[in-house]
Design a protein around this ligand. Structure first.
Ligand SMILES: Nc1ncnc2c1ncn2[C@@H]1O[C@H](COP(=O)(O)OP(=O)(O)O)[C@@H](O)[C@H]1O
Ligand SMILES: [Mg+2]
Length: 290
């Protein structure tokens, strides 16, 4: 398979979608994901983020336009969808919509079993997936006894067990405490380093700026802005028009440059923790602002 970094792995092309009650879910929405990229989808509540994601793995079918995976329009037949869902994994916002088996192990096994893999292969994938989200010790626990954060991790493991090429996460940090958020982001960091293409919706602009390569802003079902994450500091007007704010560090840093604390033209920090390290390069400052 071709691995050049400009290759588009998943593309939503001019997709329109209305829900049965007539609500507009998407309106000529377009987005292309480069292989290996980290893309963040931003937008106010009701913008269409979830609807977009449901189109990416074929759970919803466009009313107009097309979705393409590795250059080919999606095949909505049973086999085609099964194949697609093993390549494009979706982690729902609410883990209770995703988990349905009695135990963690059963739940994570579901996908690989459905792919028709041998028992040993299923077992290996499940162990590997649980390991990578740090849930090995909970393998035999009943799903309903897990904390919210643990359920989220099991959902991610369920997707990883399919060994997808693209992973889509719908507001993955919502409802997680700070430590859980950091742990989740570490998992995503590692997956990205291993070559995974990741698409994530979030309301957390600070997280988006710290994490993403590309950003896509949607509202009323339409893409209203696409930019490289480096551009966040210059997108204040656009973000504010759609009910979002510029990441805090992107607001603060230009003020520090204007006051001569940092020279102009140097690479801007992408998180408050990075800024703290630039101001006070000892471990304590970094830890305080993490
Ligand atoms: N099942 C549904 N039935 C009718 N309308 C829906 C349904 N799900 C979402 N919508 C509508 O579609 C639009 C986009 O929603 P959604 O994709 O959930 O937005 P987001 O994830 O950005 O908050 C909203 O106007 C929402 O009310
Ligand atoms: Mg949503």
């Amino acid at each position: 398979m071709k691995q050049d970094s400009g290759e588009i792995v998943l593309e939503v092309r001019d997709v329109g979608f209305r829900y049965p009650d007539g609500s507009v879910g998407l309106d000529r929405c377009s987005l292309a994901l480069r292989r290996g990229s980290r893309t963040v989808v931003l937008g106010p509540n009701g913008a269409g983020k979830t609807t977009l994601f449901l189109h990416c793995n074929g759970l919803l079918r466009p009313g107009g336009g097309q979705v393409l995976f590795e250059g080919l329009p999606l095949d909505y037949g049973r086999r085609g969808l099964r194949e697609l869902r093993s390549r494009v994994g979706l982690v729902f916002q609410n883990p209770d919509s995703q988990l349905f088996s009695a135990t963690v192990r059963e739940d994570v096994s579901f996908g690989p079993v459905n792919l028709g893999l041998e028992r040993q292969a299923v077992r290996e994938r499940v162990e590997e997936a649980l390991e990578s989200v740090g849930m090995t010790e909970c393998a035999d626990k009943p799903v309903h006894n897990l904390s919210y954060g643990q359920k989220k991790r099991v959902c991610i493991a369920g997707v990883l067990a399919m060994r997808p090429r693209v992973m889509i996460l719908d507001e993955p940090t919502a409802g997680l405490d700070l430590r859980m958020q950091h742990e989740l982001m570490e998992v995503l960091q590692r997956l990205h380093a291993e070559g995974m293409t990741i698409l994530m919706a979030t309301h957390d602009l600070d997280l988006a700026y710290a994490w993403a390569d590309e950003a896509c802003l949607i509202d009323n079902g339409r893409v209203v802005g696409k930019f490289s994450a480096d551009e966040f500091p210059h997108k204040a007007g656009m973000l504010e028009r759609h009910g979002l704010a510029v990441p805090q560090v992107a607001r603060l840093y230009p003020l520090l440059v204007a006051r001569g604390v940092f020279p102009p033209g140097a690479p801007a920090p992408r998180s408050c923790a990075e800024l703290a390290r630039m101001l006070e390069p000892d471990e304590l400052a970094g830890a305080l602002c993490r």
